[in-house]
Design a binder for this molecule. Structure first.
Ligand code: BTN
Length: 284
């Protein structure tokens, strides 16, 4: 049952005012819908993309009944407890550079949280949004799932962003998760947070497009490096196909893949998979 307290604590988003604020000349967003409930904003936008939805279309949901995470996982959160948003892009830059889009989304989310919630968050490679410091350091606040549109000649990609805003301890999907409120955010108002997120995303997308997908020239590689808490750490990378690589995360390649140097000085490029940060005593 939804109590009055929950309703006050988790006010709905206003589609009209978001449209008025974001669908403006010179702005990034071309269309924006706020759906009361949907299986997954990514799935909804992927379907819309196949029906010709324009570049920079945005779908937000108050509730997802089958939210999806990376590596086939589920993404669950109570209604209106966070941001569940997907952005469709039809980039004109070479497809090889699209690997930067999930990282770009992470950089935008980090900026938006700092600006509107006064909270410093970090990015765990590739794009987990985690608490940057304090008692809850490393706990996951959000994640990003990018998916390309099947059968559309690879000319479209959807970036889905999930961010835990007002989840309480007992509502967390896993003990290693957290939320902005639990991490000490100054504000948990989703409206300015969503506006800031889409504006920051549009700004970075513009820089990256103008640089023809060159993340270094766009300043994106530098911004990501600054945000990324994985670099300089001992990690264990679990790659698709059950391969495990352990070593020091030393850098990123030109496409944003993680470079890991193993104990026998082999440099392995990690393009996808799960990365675990190791404590010093676990590293050998
Ligand atoms: C992850 O960390 O595994 C990625 C989570 C991505 C969740 C978001 S919520 C909005 C969008 N719609 C989905 O179904 N998933 C993404």
């Amino acid at each position: 049952m939804v109590s009055a307290y929950n309703d006050l604590d988790r006010p709905p988003l206003d589609e009209r005012s978001l449209q008025r604020a974001l669908m403006v000349p010179g702005g990034f967003v071309s269309a924006l819908r706020v759906l009361p409930s949907v299986e997954s904003t990514n799935s909804a936008l992927l379907a819309a993309a196949e029906d010709g939805a324009p570049h920079a279309s945005v779908v937000v949901a108050e509730e997802q009944t089958a939210g999806r995470g990376r590596l086939g996982r589920a993404w669950t959160a109570p209604p209106r407890s966070g941001l569940f948003v997907s952005i469709l892009m039809r980039p004109e830059v070479p497809v090889g550079a699209w690997t930067w889009l999930p990282l770009l989304a992470g950089v935008a989310a980090r900026e938006a949280v700092a600006r509107t919630a006064g909270l410093e968050v970090a990015l765990k490679w590739p794009n987990d949004i985690v608490v940057a410091k304090g008692e809850l350091e490393g706990r996951k606040l959000g994640g990003i799932l990018c998916e390309t549109v099947a059968g559309a000649g690879e000319n479209a990609i959807v970036a889905g962003i999930g961010l835990n805003v007002t989840l309480r301890e007992h509502e967390l999907p896993v003990p290693q998760a957290s939320s902005l409120v639990l991490a000490g955010a100054e504000s948990t108002d989703r409206d300015p947070l969503l506006r800031a997120l889409l504006r920051a995303f549009g700004t970075w997308y513009g820089r990256w497009s103008e640089a023809d997908g060159d993340a270094r020239a766009a300043g994106l590689a530098e911004a990501y490096r600054e945000a990324c808490t994985t670099l300089g750490r001992q990690v264990r990378a679990e790659l698709p196909g059950q391969r495990v690589v352990t070593g020091m995360a030393t850098g990123l390649d030109a496409g944003g893949a993680l470079l890991v140097t193993t104990a026998d000085q082999e440099e392995v490029t990690i393009g996808a998979g799960d990365v675990v940060h190791l404590r010093p005593e676990e590293a050998n």
